[in-house]
Design a protein around this ligand. Sequence first.
Ligand code: 4AD
Ligand code: MG
Length: 466
Amino acid sequence: MSPLSQEVTINGWVRTFRSNRFIALNDGSTINNIQCVVDFEQFPEELLRQINTGAALKVKGNLVESQGRGQKVEVQVADILVHGGADPETYPIQPKKHSMEFLREQAHLRVRTNTFSAVMRVRSALSFAIHQYFNQNGFYYFHAPIVTGSDAEGAGEMFRVTTLDGKNPPLTEDGEIDHKEDFFGKETNLTVSGQLEAEAYAMGLGKVYTFGPTFRAENSNTSRHLAEFWMIEPEMAFYDLPANMDLAEDFIKSVITYILEHCMEDLEFLQQRLLDEEKTKPQAERSEMPLIEKLRFVADNRFMRVTYTEAVDILRNSKPNKKKKFQYPIDEWGADLQSEHERFLVEKHFKCPVILFDYPAKIKAFYMRLNEDGKTVRAMDILFPGIGEIVGGSQREERLDVLQEKIAALGIDEKELWWYLDLRKFGTAVHSGFGLGFERLVLFATGMGNIRDVIPFPRTPQNAEF
Ligand code: 4AD
Ligand code: MG
C-alpha cells in the first residue's frame, strides 16, 4: 500500500520553521527531517509563535507528494500540539554551524543536531552488530565486574573505590590507610579491563566476550583518550595468536560491513560533513579517501601482519626518523612505539590497517605469552589509519612456572593473583583474546575527529559535567 494520502501522527522536535509555513520536524529515527506544511490561516498566531527550533510537537495530517524540492513526501498539517516550546533567546542549538567545542558544553542537547544524531545511531548500530557477531560465532556474553581488586594492565592508572572518610581515614600501626576497614576490606578500583576475569570464564565456557565500561585515570588529554570508555574483550580457550588475529580481523570487518549495509544515510551525511570540513584544511592534512570508501577499503582488504622487529626496522630507516621529524626518534630495538610511529606505518608506509605482533616483553603486560626467544611476547596491536591503536591483544601465558617468574620479576605479590594463577594450575590451555576500544571504532566509522564526540557524555581530565 502506498503511504501516500494516509493520515499520520508524528512526534518530534522542530529543526527549523520557515516562512511561517514549513516545519522541518525530526524524531531522531533518521537523518532526514519530515517537512510539515502549515496553512497559517488555519492556526492561531499564539500557537504558531511557539513553533521554534527545538520545540517538541505532535503533528497530525495527510502524507502527500511534496511540491517542493528536497523531499519526496510531506505532511499537510491538520492539527498541531505543542508538547513544549523552546525559547529562541535561550535555546543554545540554533540552526547554524556550531563548533564541536561549543556542542561539548551542551552535551545534553547536542544529540538534536544532525551530526550527533547520526554518530549516535551509528554507535548504536555498531554495538548491535558486535553482539550479533559474537552471538553468531558461538561466544557467550560475559559481564566482568566493574569494581575490582586487580590491576589487569599493571599500569597503575586506576580510579580508587572507597567508602573511607577522606578527611579522617582509619590508619594502620604504620600510619598507612587501613583498607581492612574499607567497604570491601581491601583496596579496590574501577576496572581498567575485564580481561583477567574473562580468562576465567573462557576456561569453562570456551569463548566469551565482554562489552562494558572501563576506566583509566591516565592524564592524557588527547583526541583518542577517555577516562571512561567502552571496551569489547573476547577471550577464547584453545586459540593461539594467529587464530586471535584472524578473529579480530574478521570481527572488525564484519561490524563495519554491517553499518555499510544498515546506516548508509547517516554515513553519507557524515561523509559530506567531513568533506566540507576538509575543504578548510591544507591539502596535506586531508584524508585520501572519502569516509565510505575508507570503510569499504577496510572491510574488503587484508590487514598487513608485521612483527615488531620488522616494524622497527622500517621506522628506523624511514625518512621522518632520519630527518629527526619524530618527536620520539627510533634508535634501537625495544623502544615503545608512539602514536606518531603507528600512524606512519599505517598511513604512509603500508597504507592499510596493520597488525603488529611479537612485541618486546618489556613494553607489554605481564600476562602475555613469552616466545621461545625469551625476549618477545605473543602480543598483537591493530593499528588503523587516523586512529593508531584500535585493538590490543595477546596469547596469554598459560604456563604456571613462566607466569610465576614473570610476576616475581615485576615485584607483584603472588597472593594478589592467586585465582589467576589457579587457572594455570587446573586445566590450563593455550588461550588468547583482545580488547577493542569501542569509541575508537566509532571514531573510525564516523570520521569524527575527537573521541569526546562519539560518546554521549565524555569523561576526561577536569571534565565530568552532566
Ligand atoms: O591495549 P589495551 O590497554 O588492552 C587491554 O586492556 C587488554 N586487557 C585487552 C585484552 O587483551 N583483553 O586496551 C585495549 C584497547 C586499545 O587498543 C584502545 O582501542 C582502547 O582499548 N583504549 C582506550 N580507548 C579510549 N580511551 C582510552 N583511555 C583507552 N585506553 C585504551
Ligand atoms: Mg594497548
